[in-house]
Structures are given as C-alpha cells and as structure tokens.
Design a protein around this ligand. Structure first.
Ligand code: PLP
Length: 464
C-alpha cells in the first residue's frame, strides 16, 4: 500500500475540531493555506524517508505555524543593551501622555488640518508650532518625518544649485545612511568644505564666501568627538559673518534637547534656544533622540525662511501624520514643566536613573536569573556597568549603571551565544550585549514596574 494514502485529505483536516478552532482564531484562508503546506511537506518527507506523521503531529505543526504567523513582526523587546536611545530598538520610548494622545488620535477623526474656531481648513503645523516657538525662542516652526528630512528640505529650499559652507570637521555620517555630503548633493546644494578636520577659523569661512553662497551651516558633531588641538568657530561669530553678507546661518543640532540636561547631572547638549539666541536663522533637530518623543524632524527659526520651506512641494512628501503630531504635542507639553520632566518624560527618567536604583534591581533579579540558568556552565554576578545615551547623542559620555554579567565556566565561550540566542527567543525577546567575554544585561531600561513581567517571561527560557 502507498503510505501517502494514509495522509488525511485537506477536507478531513479542515473538519477536525482542533483545526476548526484555529479557523475561528485565524480565519479560513490562512488555515487552509497552512493545511495544504503541511500536507505537501508531509508528502515530500514521506517520499524521502517513507515515514509519515500522524494526524495529531500534523495538526500540532499547523497550530504552531498559525501562531507564528499571527505574531506581530514589530514586537516589544527588553532593551538591556545599555544604550538608552537605541536606534535599532526604536529610540525613545514614549511617555504615557504621548501614548494616550496617540491612541485617541488613531481611533477618532481629529482636527488635524481643521480650524475648529473658524470652521475651515487649518494647517497641521499649527498643532505644535506654538509650543515649539515657546520652547526654542523661534518665530516659526514646522515638522517633517525625521531630522534627515529636515536637513534635506532646508538645503533643497534655501540652497538649490548654490554653495553651502561647512567646516571640514563637521561632515558627519549618522548610522551609515545619513551623510552630510551625500544629503547636500541629493538636495541639489554644493558643499564647500572649509578648514581642516581638527581646526576651522572664522577666516576660513569668510574666504569661502562667493556670490554663489547660499548659507553658512554648522552641523553638530553628535556621534563623535574631536579632542586635543581643536578649534571650532562659535555660533555667534558665524551668525554675524553670515548676516554681514545677508546670508542665513543654519544649525543641524541632531539631537536637540529642549532643556539643559546639566540640570539633572547629565552632560550638556546644545539646545535650539542657545543656537537661536546666538543668531542662528534656522535650526533642525530630531524628535526621538534626547527630546524623547516620536520620530520626527523639527525646523525652527525665522518666519520668512520657515514660510519658504513650507512652500517647497517636497514638504508635502515629507510631512508627518496625525499619530506623530499627537505624540509630539504631548511630549512638548511636558517640557513646559521642567521641574517634573525627569519623572514624566520616559527617556529622561531612564537617563537620570540613579546607579543605586539599578543595582537594587540587579539584586532582585539575580536569583531569578540564577534559576533560569540553572545547570548551565556559566557564572553569574552583579556588575557595575556604563550605559550610553545612544542615537549618536553625547558619544563619549557614560552613565554609571549596573546589571548582570554571565561568563562561561572554563573555556567554552559558545555557551554565551547560546544564552544570548535563547534570550532573544523568549516571548518578549531580551536583548543584551556581549563584551570582553561576558554576556551583559544592563538593567537601566528595565523599570521596577516591569520586573514582574520580566520574571514571568524569563521562566520560558530554554537553552537547549
Ligand atoms: C541624528 C542626526 C541626524 C539625523 O536625524 P534623524 O532624526 O535620525 O533623521 C542628522 N544630523 C545630526 C547631526 C544627527 O545627530
């Protein structure tokens, strides 16, 4: 007898009670497709080996596949990398106020471009422009998809076929895809590099000016530091030189926090207000770096320049949606009360979390981890660590932190990679980092409120 004839038919499987339940959960189309695929696979395996799976095994496989397909691809993870604003893990987690605003905007029609007072068409930028002006000292502001888009739009509007003068020390690359020279070229502007890698003087800028010059530009060297024998021209001097020649001076701040981080013992990061006070005509910055909001790019500065930027047809292509604006508005509102910002703005509360607090978490989680790793040839201990801010912000500064370190017993380093993979394989993946022969879990970004769920999640660990 042909063993293939022992395989159930598609119709028989679809009529099975367990499969009916799957259909209720996932829909007939998806389950039918999985049933066909499972039978095809069983037939191929039977031809190769002669053995065929029984019906319960087939059904279990189909259930697993249905579950795997239904799981969202954009899954929450635990960020225990020690990098707080991790670009690959979505940068700033949003504060509850922003999450609530975003959900309301998602669920309902809302006055995105509608002037409720006058009953007519409005401008989506009006939702946040007032707050942005208040918080930066700018006359006007507009919002686009991210800071890369903000820089692109600025150059494309104010400098097409014209020259933009930038210091050689500031031609940054951010995460591979954003490079100042490339974005210039794509925006249609001509880059004029002045000075040297480590030192640029005002006279370098003035010597580079020509009738073709559109603007002077400063790019914040957010993700690297040049140390030693260096010189950069202060913003106020660049602004004065630009204005003498009737040119705008623009600053790409990168991160652009809206408050002085030194207030919380963090290193100082330049703010839009400082640049604008120093004479910058336009600044650009990210929404989801130190600002702690959703992915967005802000352009703030002179009213006439913002008006020109908003008239560029590419503004329409780079605009943000209602979800971004809802979250951004809520985050900006938190900045109006700086006294409580560190408690309410998630990114800032993570960045300012005291080491002692993180160490206490490590002591609570040590036995939990010990249980999860029982029997594996590793040692486990609490260690002091250094977190990074991330997203290219303040690259050389470190935040004193703490966490758990796993080291292989003996020479078998492979066990760390097995544990690392098992942690990634958890229902909510745990992402740590391997450094100097140790697997490190920096607990800065695991809040006390999340520890219960974290522990339950860890109970599923299997390092086979
Ligand atoms: C991060 C950064 C950018 C890009 O900002 P995104 O919001 O990631 O697009 C541009 N310029 C500087 C200086 C940056 O630090």
């Amino acid at each position: 007898m042909n063993p293939l004839s022992l395989l159930p038919s598609v119709d028989r499987l679809l009529a099975d009670a367990a499969i009916t339940q799957l259909i209720d959960a996932h829909g007939r189309a998806v389950v039918t497709q999985l049933v066909r695929a499972a039978l095809a696979e069983a037939r191929a395996a039977a031809k190769a080996s002669g053995g065929i799976p029984d019906a319960p095994a087939l059904i279990a496989g189909i259930a697993d596949a249905a579950e795997a397909q239904a799981r969202p691809r954009l899954r929450p993870v635990y960020n225990l990398t020690g990098t707080v604003l991790h670009t690959n893990l979505g940068r700033a987690p949003l504060p509850e106020e922003a999450v609530a605003a975003l959900v309301t905007a998602a669920r309902n029609p809302c006055a995105l471009e509608y002037d409720i007072e006058r009953g007519g068409r409005g401008d989506r930028d009006d939702l946040v422009e007032g707050l942005l002006c208040e918080l930066t000292g700018a006359e006007a502001a507009t919002v686009v998809n991210n800071n890369a888009a903000a820089v692109f739009l600025l150059l494309n509007t104010l400098a097409p076929r014209k020259a933009v003068v930038v210091s050689r020390g500031e031609l940054v690359e951010i995460g591979g895809a954003f490079r100042v020279p490339d974005i210039m070229q794509r925006a249609g502007a001509k880059l004029v590099e002045v000075g040297t890698t480590n030192r640029t003087h005002l006279k370098d800028f003035s010597a580079a000016l020509s009738p073709r010059t559109a603007m002077l530009m400063k790019v914040h060297t957010s993700n690297y530091a040049i140390q030693g024998f260096t010189h950069a021209v202060p913003e106020a001097e660049l602004a004065a030189l630009a204005h003498e020649h009737n040119l705008p001076f623009v600053v790409d701040l990168g991160s652009g926090t809206l408050t002085d981080l030194a207030r919380w013992g963090l290193p100082h990061e330049p703010t839009p207000r400082e640049s604008i006070d120093a004479g910058a005509d336009l600044v650009t910055f990210s929404g989801d770096k130190l600002l702690g909001g959703p992915q967005a790019g802000v352009l703030a500065g002179r009213k006439d320049l913002i008006a020109r930027i908003k008239k560029n047809p590419l503004k329409r292509a780079l605009r943000v949606g209602k979800l971004t604006l809802a979250a951004l508005e809520a985050v900006l509102r938190l900045y109006r009360d700086p006294d409580r910002l560190h408690e309410r703005l998630t990114a800032l509360s993570l960045l300012t979390r005291p080491q002692a607090d993180i160490e206490a978490a490590a002591r609570r989680l040590l036995p939990v981890m010990q249980t999860a790793l029982a029997g594996l040839p590793v040692t486990l201990e609490i260690v002091p660590l250094n977190s990074q801010i991330g997203s290219g912000s303040l690259p050389v500064d470190r935040l004193a932190s703490a966490g758990l370190a796993m080291r292989p017993q003996g020479k078998k380093g492979g066990v760390l990679h097995r544990i690392e993979a098992a942690l990634r394989g958890l229902p909510r993946p745990v992402i740590g980092r391997i450094e100097d022969g140790a697997l490190l879990l920096d607990l800065r970004c695991l809040t006390a409120a999340e520890e219960g769920e974290f522990t339950a999640n860890l109970a599923e660990l299997s390092c086979s």
